[in-house]
Structure formats: structure tokens, C-alpha cells
Write a new protein. Structure first.
Lengths: 282, 207
């Protein structure tokens, strides 16, 4: 469905993306990585916004450079830095995007999306009065106009409160059928709940490309947990440095998860977050 | 199409900008004002509005963070930008229609269109500030030459590159010819924006 073959992108002397090769099939595909890993650059290349400086990317067989219009016809896109026209109401904005997408008689679909994203009550208010969460929901709604075959979502849960985030994930699960959804995020939880496949990017290079379970398996038997008294946390974390994956606070102690064996540590089953952090730090 | 134009108007035009053109139209139609002696100052001041318009068109897209969604829609970005530019220019067109006689419209309009087109094209290819600067520099040179009475203004070839010509000793026919040429170049440059708009997201996102 989506093929990425040796794709690279340079901005002057900076390699934002370096020889990335991926195949993405229908369902939800997660792009995970820290800030600056190249996720947004890859999403923008797939969205036909940026041409790659090396390699080729195709969407349903169409080249992202040569066949941009064909790709745009089947695309729903939510950029990371999303904004809407401040003078329009939510409903007007969706109507405007529907016109740009060339959708005939979009009224019913707009009503459905407004209801699905709990925007009915604010549909006639200008988008300047929307909260960050409302604006994000409007952004996802515009991406879904026209039932796109390919949905590219760049950090869609940023700015959503926990309840909205859960609802968004449920929504994502309900729309994944018969379409490709690429979800770019730095939140492991989003990926763990929704994605069948994921790719991990770091500093522009592909570090992993398979299932979340596969990533966890890579670090089985390599993650240890240690209980550390609160008054010794600082020196302990400094001593272990980069091997520290996560810490969790309790009453007077903290549990610290470490990559590799340590004195007094007990092996634990790694979570996806442990495995991701271990991969990034290795 | 009508709904689309109306939405573009809602996006890009503040209702307040209609006050001056509307007032001019009312006063002109009621016969309270006559545009006598307005042509020379209009030729100087009016064209400046167009590059400012072109600049604000792209600046708004950046400020509102709406460009990426706009580009990924199948409708050509260039057509959206050109329609919006014309929608934004509508109050200016109405103003000139009320403030100048029909036979003088091209004298006032042509430098505005060519300056706006230069600003838009350069902005799309490089940066919005460079586009505005190039257009305003051209206007400034023309203004300075027209004010100082520098001989260039009367030179048949050199005067083709100047925008403010009414103070020159060129014949009315020669002035009109140059203004039509400016209008033609302006329209050509606006058409070139269709190609340049394709590059714009790439340039914009690189920054």
C-alpha cells in the first residue's frame, strides 16, 4: 500500500531522514521516535508536501513526487502544527475543506463527523474560541472527510486530555478497516494500544520495523527492576546513567527499570516503553 | 463555486475594509464628489496596496498554520491563492472604479497589478519578505524618479521600467501603451505563480 525505498531528506547539511526503507499495509502503523527523529519529515514526504532528496516513496503505487494529485485524492492528513482559519466556524471550515477536496454534497458527512467528534454544540462557533483539544478534534475530522484510503496523522493526541486520548484511540480502531493509517507519535502508549506494526526512527535512521511484540521480545531477559530508597535516587540514577529506562515513585522508594543486569535487581518482563527506550539508548 | 468564493471572502477579507470603497461609491454615485485631480496622487499611492496584499496573503497562511492542509487537498494551491488574491483585491478594485474615470482605470490599476504579481511570485519562489521588498523597491525607485524629475522619466526605453509616469513628458498615448504593457506583464506574472506555487510548500517547510 505504502512503499518507502531508501528515502532520504536533507535540509542543507542536516540529514533529517537517511535511507529509510519500509512497507506499510492496511491497518494502523505506528511511527515512533523522539522529537527530531524524522517522523514528521517522513509523514510530509508521504503527504506529498516534501520531495525526498534520495530514494522513492509510493502510495498505492503512485509516486509521491510524480503523482501528487492522485495521492492527494485518497489522502487525509493531520499535520503536527495544525491550525484552522480563525474567521470560520467549525462547520464552515469542514465545508471549506470538503470543497477543496472536491467532495460532492458533503453536508451529511460533515454532520456525522461533527457528531462523532463531539463538536456539534460548537459547530457554529468560530474556531478561535476552540480549546486545543477541540481544534485537534476538528483537525482529525477534516482529515477524515471523504473517507480517505490513507490517513496520515502527525502527533494527533498532543493537546488532548486523557479522556479524549482514550476516545481517539477507540475511534482510530473503528476506522482502520480497509485503509492505511500512519500514526506518528512520541507517546508509546498510543502505539501500544492501537498499532499492529511500528517503526522506530531515531536521528533520521530506521532503528526497528516490525510488531510491538517483536520489539518487546528483543529485550526479554535484559530489563531489571530495582527498588531504591528515595534519599539515594539521585546518586543511583547518576551511577547507572543511560541504562535507566523508567522510574516510578512510591511512598518512600522508587522502582527503577534498568537495561542490563545490576546487583540487587530482578529481571522483569519489559513493557513496550522499556523496549523502545532501550532501543533508542542502545 | 459561489459558496467557495463566499468562504474565501470570509477567510481573507475583513468587513471593515469595505468602508472606504463603499463610501467612495456612495459619494460618487450621489454626485457629492467628482474625481478631478485625483489621478496623479492615485497613480502614486494606489499600487502600493497590491504587494502588501500579496504579502499578507501568504503571511496569514503561515500565521494560521493552514498551509499544509491546503496543499494536501487535490485542488491546486495556486488556484486557491489566486482566487484569494482576487477576493482580497476586490475592495481595491471597487475603490479605483469609484475614484477614477473608466478611461483612467488602467493608468492606476496596471502598476498595482504588476507590483502585486512581482511580490507574489518572488514570495512563492523565495521568501515573503523578499517579495515585498522587491516590489516596494521598484515602486520607490519609480516614485523617487517621478518626484525628482530625473531625465530617465522622459527616456523612451528607461521609462518602460518605471511605474509612475503621469509626471513625465511622454505623450498620453505612450503612457497608456506602457501601462497596458505593465498590465500584461502583471497578468503573465500572476499566471507564472501557478508554477511557483508548486514549489512554495517545499520552500516554506524547509525554513
Amino acid at each position: 500500500m505504502i512503499g518507502v525505498e531508501g528515502v532520504g531528506r536533507r535540509f542543507r547539511n542536516v540529514h533529517a531522514l537517511d535511507a529509510v526503507t519500509l512497507e506499510i499495509h492496511s491497518g494502523i502503523f505506528g511511527l515512533l521516535g523522539p522529537n527530531g527523529a524524522g517522523k514528521s519529515t517522513l509523514i510530509r514526504i508521504l503527504a506529498t508536501l516534501l520531495p525526498p532528496t534520495a530514494g522513492t516513496a509510493t502510495v498505492y503505487g503512485y509516486d509521491t513526487v510524480a503523482d501528487r494529485i492522485a495521492i492527494r485524492r485518497m489522502l487525509g492528513y493531520l499535520p503536527q502544527d495544525y491550525g484552522a482559519y480563525p474567521k470560520l466556524t467549525g462547520q464552515e471550515y469542514l465545508r471549506y475543506v470538503a470543497i477543496l477536496k472536491g467532495l460532492p454534497r458533503p453536508r451529511k458527512r460533515i454532520a456525522e463527523l461533527l457528531s462523532q467528534f463531539r463538536l456539534v454544540e460548537v459547530a457554529h462557533r468560530r474556531v478561535t474560541s476552540y480549546s486545543g483539544g477541540m481544534l485537534k478534534r476538528l483537525g482529525i475530522a477534516q482529515a477524515l472527510l471523504g473517507n480517505p484510503k490513507v490517513l496520515l496523522l502527525d502527533e494527533p493526541t498532543g493537546g488532548l486530555d486523557p479522556e479524549e486520548r482514550v476516545r481517539f484511540r477507540e475511534l482510530l480502531m473503528s476506522i482502520k478497516r480497509d485503509r492505511v493509517v500512519v500514526l506518528s507519535t512520541h507517546l508509546v502508549e498510543d502505539i501500544a494500544v492501537t498499532c499492529e506494526h511500528l517503526a522506530v526512527l531515531n536521528e533520521g535512521t530506521l532503528r526497528y520495523n516490525d510488531t510491538p511484540e517483536g520489539l518487546i521480545q528483543l529485550y526479554e531477559g535484559k530489563v531489571y527492576e530495582v527498588w531504591v530508597p528515595e534519599n539515594r535516587v539521585r546518586e543511583t540514577l547518576t551511577a547507572w546513567g543511560n541504562r535507566v529506562l523508567t522510574t516510578r515513585r512510591h511512598a518512600a522508594t522508587r522502582t527503577v527499570r534498568i537495561l542490563g543486569k545490576v546487583d540487587g535487581g530482578r529481571p522483569v518482563c519489559p513493557t513496550l516503553e522499556d523496549a523502545y527506550l532501550a532501543l533508542i539508548r542502545s | 463555486m459561489i459558496r467557495y468564493i463566499l468562504l474565501e471572502t470570509r477567510i481573507a477579507v475583513r468587513p471593515g475594509v469595505w468602508i472606504v470603497p463603499g463610501l467612495l461609491v456612495v459619494l460618487r454615485l450621489s454626485g457629492l464628489i467628482q474625481p478631478e485631480g485625483w489621478l496623479a496622487p492615485l497613480e502614486i499611492v494606489y499600487p502600493v496596496a497590491y504587494p502588501v496584499l500579496a504579502h499578507s496573503l501568504l503571511e496569514h497562511e503561515k500565521r494560521w498554520r493552514t498551509l499544509e492542509v491546503l496543499v494536501t487537498a487535490p485542488r491546486c494551491l495556486a488556484s486557491v491563492l489566486l482566487v484569494r488574491f482576487l477576493v482580497m483585491a476586490l475592495p481595491l478594485l471597487v475603490a479605483v472604479a469609484a475614484a477614477a474615470r473608466p478611461e483612467h482605470w488602467v493608468l492606476v490599476l496596471a502598476p498595482g497589478i504588476v507590483l502585486g504579481a512581482v511580490a507574489l511570485l518572488v514570495s512563492l519562489l523565495w521568501e515573503e519578505e523578499i517579495g515585498l521588498a522587491v516590489a516596494l523597491a521598484w515602486w520607490s525607485v519609480s516614485f523617487a524618479v517621478s518626484m525628482t524629475g530625473f531625465r530617465v522619466l522622459d527616456h523612451a526605453v528607461a521609462s518602460r521600467f518605471l511605474l509612475i509616469l503621469l509626471r513625465s513628458s511622454l505623450t498620453p498615448e505612450a503612457i497608456l501603451l506602457r501601462k497596458w504593457a505593465q498590465l500584461g506583464v502583471g497578468i503573465l506574472l500572476l499566471a507564472s505563480c501557478v508554477l511557483a506555487a508548486d514549489r512554495y510548500p517545499c520552500t516554506h517547510l524547509r525554513r
